[in-house]
Design a protein around this ligand. Structure first.
Ligand code: PRP
Length: 208
């Protein structure tokens, strides 16, 4: 899994524990997911090359380093990816966003696509946002759809995953770098990450 980057940091562990806590609900659940998204975005772009921009400063004009915000296209997987978009948009308010909605069938555990609005990605870096990688079916599906849009590069930011799901995605998509805050033990017989954070979509939007 050399393209899976497990970012081990006390702040991330702290935030994941907040998510595991069943008393963390709705707004706060979304906030912590957004915070982790920001953290992972910074990690993922650690070696990104900067360009120069001319700006006026308080002591006159000058050239300074910038990232090309418009180059990034955030793609949250609905629903649970939406709070990650809220987080990362604070860093890059000028980035584009595309949307993919996938729902996992509770019995077969297979994902189906029910909405897609991803722009053409030629010359852009696609940044997929989804808190959970359980069987890996949803992320695998999302990556196949995103690749059809011809991105220059794809990064995936994920909060928590199971080893088998990450293994599957890593094998099928060697060209994608996956940044994740927590890798848990495995899955239960209903395909939930154990110990995990429960159903992130339901917990984020108070629907459980
Ligand atoms: C969850 C989660 C992932 C997917 C992970 O979404 O947000 O997209 O399951 O499972 P997988 O790796 O086994 O495919 P869900 O289908 O519950 O939809 P929701 O976000 O609307 O609740």
């Amino acid at each position: 899994m050399e393209n899976v980057f497990h970012i081990k940091h006390p702040v991330l562990q702290h935030l994941v524990t907040k998510l595991r806590d069943i008393n963390t609900k709705g707004y706060f659940f979304r906030k912590y997911i957004g915070d982790i998204g920001i953290f992972l975005l910074k990690e993922a772009l650690k070696d990104e090359s900067l360009s120069k921009t001319s700006i006026d400063t308080w002591i006159g004009p000058g050239e300074f380093p910038v990232l090309e915000e418009e180059k990034y296209v955030f793609i949250p997987i609905l629903r649970a990816g939406l709070p990650m978009l809220e987080g990362v948009s604070q860093i890059f308010p000028k980035a584009k966003a595309g949307f993919l909605a996938l729902k996992r069938d509770e019995n077969t555990l297979k994902s189906h696509l029910y909405y897609e609005r991803v722009p053409n990605l030629t010359g852009h870096t696609a940044i997929i946002l989804d808190p959970m990688v359980a069987t890996g079916g949803s992320l695998d599906y999302a990556l196949r759809v995103v690749k059809e849009k011809n991105p220059e590069k794809i990064i995936s930011l994920n909060v928590i995953g199971a080893p088998q799901g990450l293994e599957k995605v890593s094998q099928n998509h060697r060209d994608v770098r996956i940044y994740i805050a927590q890798i848990d033990k495995g899955l239960n017989d209903r395909g939930f990450i154990i110990p995990g954070i429960g159903d992130a979509g339901d917990r984020a939007f108070n629907t459980d």
